[in-house]
Design a protein around this ligand. Structure first.
Ligand SMILES: Cc1cc2nc3c(=O)[nH]c(=O)nc-3n(C[C@H](O)[C@H](O)[C@H](O)COP(=O)(O)O)c2cc1C
Length: 210
């Protein structure tokens, strides 16, 4: 593994390799959040963009993960709709690309993307997915079971305009990285790990034992 000074460039290089490999959902990553009691939870998300500002995924802000990420004042840092002050809740992502035998771990803080950025991504989604986003109160119990959801979908499909507006509660989070670790399998389990840690405007690197 080469060690460029910029971990984002290296991530994009690996993500491009994953996109060319025969991997379903190469942009899928496990997202970890914590609640008020520091109890962790983890689930998969699709990381739709990555650049020097961070790693972006989209979700329902009223979901469990949404609530846990908004606790840190995520809406102040991202130029979003206003909200509590804070530096952003802690969050972590983990990518695993089996055919490449490569893993990337990201740790940082969550900020909301701007309304303009969320609108632009929303516009790329199929109408079915947009209606689904309106229909699902993500993470809430369906007290009348699954048919409650399908009935809601049908009702909204019939009543929402052809060009579906983005719900207020549906947007994106950007995980602004403080640490990024690249792991690559090597023979004899002597795997190669490089840890980048943010220092001022740059990054320090360290090699870790596997
Ligand atoms: C491969 C994969 C990708 C997923 N991508 C997303 C996503 O981008 N956004 C999202 O809200 N949920 C996504 N989900 C569903 C989440 O894993 C999770 O079930 C949902 O967001 C509710 O999580 P929560 O209750 O912890 O908020 C994905 C699931 C899988 C299996």
């Amino acid at each position: 593994m080469t060690q460029p000074p910029d971990p984002i460039g290296l991530f994009l290089e690996w993500a491009a390799l994953a996109a060319r490999a025969d991997i379903p959902e190469p942009d899928a990553a496990a997202l970890a959040t914590v609640d008020d009691a520091c109890k962790p939870s983890v689930r998969m998300v699709l990381v739709r963009s990555a650049d020097e500002r961070g790693f972006v995924f989209y979700t329902n802000f009223e979901s469990r993960k949404g609530a846990e990420l908004l606790r840190g004042g995520a809406k102040t840092g991202g130029g979003g709709k206003g909200g509590s002050r804070g530096e952003g809740a802690p969050a972590a992502l983990c990518f695993w690309w089996p055919p490449l035998q490569k893993q990337v771990r990201v740790e940082g803080r969550a900020v909301a993307v701007s309304d303009a950025e969320a609108d632009a991504y929303w516009a790329t989604r199929a109408r079915e997915s947009q209606v689904g986003a309106w229909a699902s109160r993500q993470s809430a119990e369906l007290t009348r079971g699954y048919p409650e959801l399908t009935a809601k979908y049908r009702e909204l499909d019939a009543t929402l305009p052809r060009k579906v507006p983005r719900p207020e509660h549906w947007s994106g989070f950007r995980i602004v990285p403080e640490r990024i670790e690249f792991w690559e399998a090597r023979p004899h389990r002597l795997h190669h790990r490089v840890l980048y840690e943010r220092q001022g405007r740059g990054w320090t690197t360290r090699i870790l034992s596997p």
